[in-house]
Design a protein around this ligand. Structure first.
Ligand code: ATP
Ligand code: MG
Length: 355
């Protein structure tokens, strides 16, 4: 049966790079017998200006019936940042219980890393970030509201279920993808309640996976190791805040925002998962035709892998690596001279030729 995907291009370069991902989708349908139906939704900042909301009232209900969501990027100076986040991205993540944020940190052939020459081996690991609780809770407030004694408290909420879900996913993923080690980011020497609980619960899950080595490293040391020995990592497991920070560091060491994909996963499959580039709408380069579409196309590859089309994922990644071998075919951010659409066209050509 044909898979159904929902496409939300969004604002700025989000919509521009989505065009290129859709070209790739078309070539897969026409030449690789991909059976896929998709609908495009115009829920972006223009929509907000017209309707004073990011999503229509039945938006989530509509999305629920898709197998996956391909998202571009959202953000526009006419709409406050917290509106785009809290009215579009967060409702989707929450309603569809996308409690895993997954990011590959892989230095593709042909991509320069700021770490080149300073380490040995291949940068190729994945980060599993808890995406629904932990440090990012809306619990807390300003206390003692007179000027002398004012203070703010922000609560971190870690649940047994939440930790078990993300840790279970990480170890399952490691098993399925033949990784031999999971590294957990912790800080239980200083954050004595939540992080000790995290260590205890992750440790219990680790015990159930005898074939996978488990290590826990303090997040400060772990960040240094991302830079000094990135080749050491396989699967990195982290809470919401630590994962957020490590993911951006990971993206930087592997070659930058223009190529970094991500996935918000609902492991149960009860609701759609959402795939999006790490970058935002980048108003500074929007409309210039210079945005790199690789992060968006790689996000599409992750979507296809998630739907069981591992072969198509691999074809796309191979095409991206072939593309990267010729600097005239890629965009300026990674040292090339091509435009967004020239890059997409070249990817399409490679995919067609490789069939
Ligand atoms: P938003 O507010 O939507 O997050 P932003 O202004 O924070 O947008 P990002 O998209 O997060 O911008 O990226 C930061 C910078 O990185 C941009 O200003 C842009 O120059 C660069 N950048 C991001 N994505 C790409 C891309 N796909 N291709 C080329 N450059 C990019
Ligand atoms: Mg941003």
């Amino acid at each position: 049966m044909a898979h159904k995907i929902a496409i939300i291009p969004g604002d700025g370069i989000g919509a521009e790079v989505m065009n290129e991902a859709m070209k790739v989708l078309n070539v897969l349908e026409n030449h690789y017998s991909l059976d896929m139906n998709y609908d495009v939704f115009d829920w972006n900042s223009d929509y907000y200006m017209k309707h004073q909301r990011m999503l229509p009232e039945d938006g989530l209900e509509k999305l629920k019936h898709y197998d996956a969501i391909l998202f571009g990027a959202i953000g526009d100076n006419r709409v406050p940042d917290d509106v785009t986040v809290w009215e579009l991205i967060m409702p989707i993540r929450k309603a569809f219980q996308q409690y895993v944020n997954f990011r590959p940190v892989k230095q593709l052939k042909g991509i320069e890393s700021p770490l080149d020459n300073s380490h040995r081996g291949q940068i190729d690991f994945v980060i599993m970030r808890e995406n629904s609780e932990g440090e990012y809770s809306d619990s807390g407030g300003l206390m003692f509201q007179n000027q002398e004694k004012e203070m703010a408290i922000q609560n971190s909420i870690f649940t047994k279920q939440g930790i078990n879900n993300i840790a279970g996913f990480a170890f399952d993923y490691a098993t399925k993808h033949h990784y031999s080690k999971v590294t957990s980011a912790t800080k239980s020497n200083a954050i004595t309640h939540t992080m000790k609980f995290w260590d205890r619960e992750v440790g219990k899950i680790a015990d159930a996976y005898r074939d996978i080595d488990y290590e826990k490293i303090y997040v400060d040391a772990l960040a240094a190791k991302f830079v000094q020995q990135p080749e050491e990592f396989q699967v990195v497991l982290a809470s919401n805040l630590f994962g957020d920070i490590l993911s951006d560091l990971g993206s930087a060491v592997a070659g930058g925002l223009g190529i970094s994909p991500s996935a918000n996963i609902n492991p149960s499959g009860a609701f759609p998962s959402m795939f999006e580039p790490v970058h935002g709408s980048a108003p500074d380069i929007a409309g210039k035709g210079s945005a790199n579409p690789i992060a968006q196309v790689w996000s599409l590859a992750l979507l296809l892998e998630h739907l069981g089309k591992e072969d198509l994922h691999d074809h796309i990644l191979q095409a991206i690596e072939e593309l990267l071998s010729d600097k005239t075919k890629v965009t300026k951010d990674i040292g090339g001279t091509a435009s967004t659409s020239e890059t997409g066209d070249e990817l399409v050509k490679i995919l067609r030729d490789n069939k």
